[in-house]
Design a protein around this ligand. Structure first.
Ligand code: NI
Length: 256
């Protein structure tokens, strides 16, 4: 049984065959998934996924690259939608992204902190996106005591040292297709060092398909390949990786 803790099935790249994709992954052992919103449109997009697929859960939040022009009305919208749907299990994805020319750093920080406050108010765990912003992300999470809510550092891309610090604080480390890439030496180190009890599986689909599907559209069924790789690194079976991370995901999203 597989739990995909982070995916984007409302993405237009699934418009033509969404039902078929979800049916295929059911046959591949995917029992639950969390559809994560990133921009304003995907707040509603996530809700329609929940309506359609009974095994799905959702997360609502605005990605750091999408915070331009954001207003308090959108926070109110997230608050209402979260309160009115018990299958909204987290606030996300939120965080910092310094990779390309995105919104000003100060604006990203402001809306990151604002959404951490919202998560606290709504008593939900957080899904953290952090790209080329390792220290600033950690500092803001510290400042806001986000460990009280708990959460996952999604698509983990920092050092093994940093992973240890997050694990110590009780966060989960999200690992996906990147771990199978040839050049992912650091992430394999992270995978080795982080206890399996702190790892959750995620696709971030349609992005980041594992080898040998790299560059193509990703989907949750490919998590079998990710579990195999994690098992290889940690010296356990893929089955054990799936079972343990399934329970971890339930704890992360408080489904137990
Ligand atoms: Ni994502």
């Amino acid at each position: 049984m597989i739990f995909d803790t982070h995916c984007h099935y409302d993405d237009s790249r699934f418009d033509e065959d969404r039902d078929r994709v979800i049916e295929t992954m059911r046959n591949e052992g995917v029992k639950h998934f969390v559809n994560v919103s990133a921009d304003r449109d995907s707040l509603d997009g996530t809700l329609s996924i929940l309506e359609k697929y009974p095994e799905s859960y959702g997360a609502l939040g605005i990605h750091p690259s999408e915070v331009r022009g954001l207003t308090e009305d959108v926070m109110e919208d997230i608050r209402e939608k979260t309160r009115n749907n018990e299958r909204i299990v987290a606030i996300g994805e939120i965080g910092l992204d310094y990779w390309d020319e995105g919104p000003a750093k100060e604006d990203q920080a402001l809306w990151f902190m604002r959404q951490l406050d919202l998560a606290r108010e709504l008593d939900k765990p957080v899904i953290i996106h952090s790209r080329d912003a390792v220290q600033d992300t950690f500092d803001i999470l510290e400042k806001k005591h986000a460990e009280d809510m708990g959460g996952v550092i999604h698509c983990f891309s920092a050092s093994a040292e940093m992973a240890k610090r997050y694990v110590k604080k009780g966060y989960y480390i999200g690992i996906g297709g990147v771990v199978t890439f040839k050049n992912a030496k650091t992430l394999r180190e992270v995978t080795e060092i982080v206890p399996l009890e702190n790892i959750v599986l995620e696709t971030d689909c349609p992005y980041l398909a594992p080898t040998p599907h790299r560059g193509k559209r990703n989907y949750s069924g490919y998590l079998n390949l990710v579990a195999e790789k994690i098992g290889e690194i940690k010296g356990v079976s893929a089955k054990e990786v799936c079972e343990v991370t399934f329970e971890n995901a339930k704890k992360l999203y408080r489904l137990t």
